[in-house]
Design a protein around this ligand. Sequence first.
Ligand SMILES: Cc1cc2nc3c(=O)[nH]c(=O)nc-3n(C[C@H](O)[C@H](O)[C@H](O)COP(=O)(O)O)c2cc1C
Length: 355
Amino acid sequence: MKSIIRKIFGQRFIENSYHSYLRFREKWHYAFIYPILLKIPYAPNLYFLFSKSFGSEMKMFIGARRDYLKKQHRQQENLFLLRRNIHRIEKGLIMKNRRKIFALDYIEETVFLLQTLVNNKHDNLQIQWAFDILTQYFEVTASSPKRDQAQHIFKQLSPISHSSKTYAPFGVSENTEADVNSFDALVRKRKSVRFFEAGKIPDRTLVDKAVELAGLAPSSCNRQPFSFRIIDDAELARKMAKLPAGTTGFSDELVAMVAVVGQMNVSPSLSDRHLMYIDASLAAMNFMLALENLGIASCPLNWPENKTKDQEVRQLLSLSEFERPIMMIAYGYAAEDGKLAYSVRKPLEQLRKYN
Ligand SMILES: Cc1cc2nc3c(=O)[nH]c(=O)nc-3n(C[C@H](O)[C@H](O)[C@H](O)COP(=O)(O)O)c2cc1C
């Protein structure tokens, strides 16, 4: 049938017709369907109801959430949660105006998580880190029923020690690497810094240099769907520092901020919807390493989905409707008296698998 049609009308005619059909379909969508979908609440949900691409993501999310909650309820091993909780505690420990008691919401859970891992004979630097952080936590926090109960369980666990070093918070001056010109040393030296020298804003020529290097990161089809919005005005930076939830306890210490902004309108394909997150994150890493190489410290800050906050930042930065912050980055010169969290990493065998 195809060959008969081709013979009667000619290949060129078929190709042109198909091309016209595609153009018509696109026009129909952008001029008619999409404006309607954008106007009616929940219409986009219905439109994507049978989308295979979104569908598999939703299914994966439900499965992953189920697995996470199941582990939590049955007190099964959950290294992700242990790492998160221990990091939250180490952050609490480095705060300048440290509270007498903190982490009450999750201290018992954390100790139970550690207990499960120790009982299951987990034994690596992450476990030593957890012991070091919890030891310091119980040393410096005030008594309270939940905390004391957790301490009681913690004391019954046998401490694990892999090195004489402690993985508790350490000073900025102790963060030394012999040769910062080597990539290896540069990556090892970069740490998230949350306390900056007041009133000392890095020169724009240096920041621009780091942005240029960020722009050299690879991006899908070289679309580069991101930009760096730099806030080095003290007043604006102060406002912006308070927006991310993850700056609680140190937002007043931040002197300059960057919003790494992703741009969604760079591809019509649903399967490309993660591009801006991937590309912007690769660029953000180049940016932070470039800053580090210039002696400027930084801290990436989470920007989770939150309608109200999105609205605030949208106004503050005059973002277009297709732009969205992927993350924030605080930057500046590290305060000498500020402490750093160790944040021990997964060992190589948990990090990679060949073939
Ligand atoms: C996407 C992203 C979001 C982050 N959000 C926060 C945050 O909201 N608050 C914070 O204090 N640290 C935040 N961090 C810093 C991490 O806690 C830190 O990178 C991790 O513990 C490893 O420590 P290091 O960066 O010092 O090596 C974030 C890091 C990333 C990559």
